[in-house]
Design a protein around this ligand. Structure first.
Ligand code: GSH
Length: 95
């Protein structure tokens, strides 16, 4: 089972300006396999699953196989992934 990348539905946007793409690209570049879970766009109030998982409504959010969740600013998430530190974020629940 792979980790899940909960992200916005705009998967066609391949720009570093997009917070979700920035994190997805970091996973790709590091060769980390993951499953994409497309969450609703705006308004944020539609993101009930995201809120239940992470205690907030912004994306992206990474859900580990053990159910723990990782959410930080996307730049920090990308840096963590590129630094090979993603595993250290397991069992950190909430934002
Ligand atoms: N500063 C946040 C921004 C995250 C962000 O705005 N993500 C978008 C999806 S790519 C989002 O959730 N937008 C909905 C909103 O801003 O209400 C970060 O870098 O993680």
């Amino acid at each position: 089972m792979a980790i899940k990348l909960h992200r916005c539905p705009f998967t066609f946007v391949h720009s570093g300006m997009d917070h979700c793409y920035r994190v997805q690209k970091a996973l790709d570049d590091q060769g980390i396999s993951y499953e994409v879970v497309k969450e609703p766009g705006l308004p944020r109030s539609r993101r009930k699953d995201v809120e239940r998982l992470s205690g907030q409504r912004l994306l992206p959010v990474i859900e580990f196989e053990d159910g723990s969740v990782y959410r930080e600013e996307s730049d920090d998430m990308a840096a963590t992934i590129r630094g090979g530190q993603l595993d250290s974020k397991r069992a950190v629940t909430g934002a």
